[in-house]
Design a protein around this ligand. Structure first.
Ligand SMILES: Cc1ncc(COP(=O)(O)O)c(C=O)c1O
Length: 327
């Protein structure tokens, strides 16, 4: 007969969570929870009520901003998108934008690290296992300051290899809303890794390029135009939006001939000179192979490099950079 499953005390739960974190190290530095009413720095205490509708129904949205050199990059753009996602998901905000910003900043200060990422979530709250929010449920607001997603250096020096995913792209409403339902994105990335590749790319039903798992995709055409898919059926990446504003600097330097946001048929995309992945975590990385065929000459191109430099400069020295302060 197997041993009976233990019925745990509060101390037993903490002990089990500490053991879990000992066996599986994480780089989580500080976590704010509206349910706890404070910030914790012990990963064993970074918990959420199981009946929160984020957990069992995916009724939640999130966003992530970068922490670079002790400063937060482009927080206002990420907050704009977070609030827009919350509205589309019909989630009540836990407070004002200023209150959320204050919590994000204080949690970042408590984390005490200068480089990483800040991810925050809004849920419809606990109180039932139903679909619609429980009566009287308070929205959950959670902030995690952590080490960020780390990608291999060779992605930047040698370039990445991607495949067209066999999984369908999300319908528009869900693609433009940053909800916690990332199942298609997860499956796409797993599929690519199983084939020895680095990531996948969604095409839409009309055969136009969509996006990647947690990154946007862009191209440099044969006639040197930086071309990005329209944002009506993919996430409006804060990094892409910012780079589209900065890229005209590359026109004056003669590196590109122009910038265009349009529907991009996959056939046209495959003929590009350069293909790029863009996002807060990856920044800008060159793709050198798509569906086992080379992009351009099969080597990282100059525009990917120049865009990465523009972004890195913007991340450290621009009006988009803010120092976390106790407000
Ligand atoms: C599906 C998806 N597309 C694109 C992006 C890139 O967005 P950002 O540049 O704001 O990180 C992300 C990351 O948030 C994403 O999850």
């Amino acid at each position: 007969m197997p041993d009976l499953i233990p019925v745990l005390t509060a101390e037993g739960v903490i002990k089990a969570m500490r053991e879990l974190r000992m066996n599986q190290r994480v780089n989580f530095w500080a976590f704010y929870s509206s349910q706890l009413g404070g910030i914790v720095t012990d990963p064993a205490l970074m918990l959420i009520a199981f009946d929160d509708h984020m957990v069992h129904r995916g009724h939640a949205v999130f966003d992530t901003a970068g922490l670079v050199d002790g400063k937060i990059y482009d927080l206002e753009a990420h907050l704009d998108r977070f609030i827009a996602s919350a509205e589309r998901a019909r989630l009540a905000l836990p407070g004002t934008r200023e209150e959320m910003r204050k919590i994000i900043m204080e949690t970042t200060i408590v984390a005490g690290h200068s480089d990483g990422a800040i991810r925050y979530w809004l849920s419809s709250g606990p109180g039932s296992l139903e679909l619609s929010p429980a009566k009287g449920a308070k929205p959950g607001f959670f902030v995690m300051v952590f080490g960020g997603l780390i990608y291999p250096e060779h992605w930047y020096t040698e370039g990445m290899k991607v495949m067209t995913t066999t999984y369908p792209i999300k319908p528009k409403l869900y693609a433009i809303t940053k909800t916690t339902n990332y199942l298609p994105n997860v499956l796409m990335q797993m599929e690519a890794k199983e084939q020895g590749l680095d990531n996948g790319v969604f095409l839409d039903a009309d055969g136009n390029v969509g996006e990647s798992s947690n990154m946007n995709v862009a191209f440099v055409t044969r006639d040197n135009v930086l071309r990005h898919p329209k944002f009506d059926h993919i996430l409006s990446g804060c990094t892409s939006q910012r780079l589209l504003k900065l890229a005209p600097q590359l026109v004056s330097r003669g590196l590109i001939a122009g910038v265009e946001v349009s529907a991009i048929p996959a056939d046209e995309a495959r003929a590009a000179k350069e293909m790029l992945l863009i996002g807060s975590s990856i920044k800008v990385a060159p793709i050198v192979e798509w569906d086992r065929k080379p992009i351009g000459d099969g080597r990282p191109g100059p525009v990917a490099k120049a865009l990465l430099e523009l972004l890195e400069q913007d991340m450290t020295a621009s009006e988009r950079v803010v120092e976390p302060l106790i407000l």
